[in-house]
Design a protein around this ligand. Structure first.
Ligand code: PLP
Length: 304
């Protein structure tokens, strides 16, 4: 099925198999591509892209951090996203945006300044396994021996391909120990995040999540914080330690792909999944995505 998809590359929709980059391109060799992953939902009024403006803001921040000059205006990127989603008839899936140095380069810095831009869109159940949505319904989690990249070494707030060696290693290690996915601590021993998810704990009915100091600024994380305020659920961004993971009442991950993903086990400790607070947040999130909550319709951009 994937070979029937079309990928937007530098201004035109091309067949899936023709969306190629040279083996010796600078971004392939050095991991300098920046990207975004955005979700599309079948809301009651039609297919809608979730929080596109926030994703484009984060893409700009990634570009600035890596000193990449995006080749398209924000309006043109937005149009390319909507066009690619429509062209591939996606109403429940993911869109991936990538900006990369496509030219040949053996040096560590790009010697050819050309930045290319691509957009791909995939439908759950057709192009992507539905299980990816929440992997399984619950996450079993191990604490990785790998620490989250230190913010003093690379801009960890940027979605840059090279940063993902870190969660890749953590996830491989944790899978080899029989868990689904990792939690990474930072280099000071504080809780950071999952492989590609933000983490939340619930203790005494209060929702806790790490501050932005040592993590990627997740757009779903931001949404959960706003939803908690709307529902009157006490919420706090704070430094969290291993002991907090081992003493919470509930825990869940959040991300574009999984939205709210309850954690049923952290190392040897079992947790209710979903616990009552996680279940309430998950249910409310689903309502927002279907377009039924008026004040959150601003998060949805319908296809023209
Ligand atoms: C390292 C990392 N943390 C957290 C997240 C969750 O971010 P978002 O909610 O914007 O998908 C991601 C998303 O892929 C990620 O890569």
């Amino acid at each position: 099925m994937l070979n029937q998809r079309r990928i937007w590359m530098d201004g035109e929709l091309r067949p899936f198999g023709e969306a190629k980059v040279h083996l010796l391109s600078q971004s392939f060799a050095r991991g300098s591509a920046i990207f975004e992953v955005i979700s599309v939902f079948a809301a009651d009024q039609g297919a809608a892209v979730f929080r596109i403006s926030d994703h484009l803001d984060r893409l700009s921040a990634s570009a600035s951090a890596l000193m990449i000059r995006l080749p398209l205006s924000r309006a043109k990127i937005r149009a390319a996203v909507l066009k690619t989603v429509s062209a591939n008839q996606v109403d429940f899936g993911l869109v991936k945006l990538i900006a990369y140095y496509s030219g040949f380069g053996l040096e560590v810095i790009p010697t050819d300044p050309k930045v290319s831009f691509a957009v791909a869109a995939f439908q759950f159940g057709r192009d992507l396994s539905l299980s990816k949505l929440g992997e399984d319904r619950f996450a079993t989690v191990g604490i990785s021996k790998w620490r989250k990249l230190d913010p003093a070494t690379v801009p960890i707030f940027a979605k840059a391909a090279g940063n993902y060696l870190n969660p890749m290693l953590a996830k491989l290690e944790i899978r080899s120990r029989g868990f689904k996915t990792p939690i990474l601590l930072d280099t000071k021993g504080s809780v950071a995040e999952g492989a590609t998810e933000s983490i939340f704990l619930v203790r005494n009915k209060k929702v806790l999540t790490p501050k932005l100091d040592n993590i990627l600024p997740g757009i779903t994380r931001l949404s959960i914080l706003e939803i908690c305020k709307r529902l009157g659920i006490p919420v706090q961004e704070q430094n969290l330690k291993l002991k907090d993971l081992l003493s919470c009442d509930e825990a869940f991950f959040s991300s574009t792909t999984c939205k709210v993903w309850p954690i049923s086990r952290i190392e040897k400790r079992r947790l209710p999944a979903p616990g009552p607070v996680s279940a309430r947040l998950k249910e409310y999130f689903d309502q927002i995505l279907s377009g039924r909550i008026k004040e959150f319709r601003r998060w949805l951009t319908y296809l023209e």
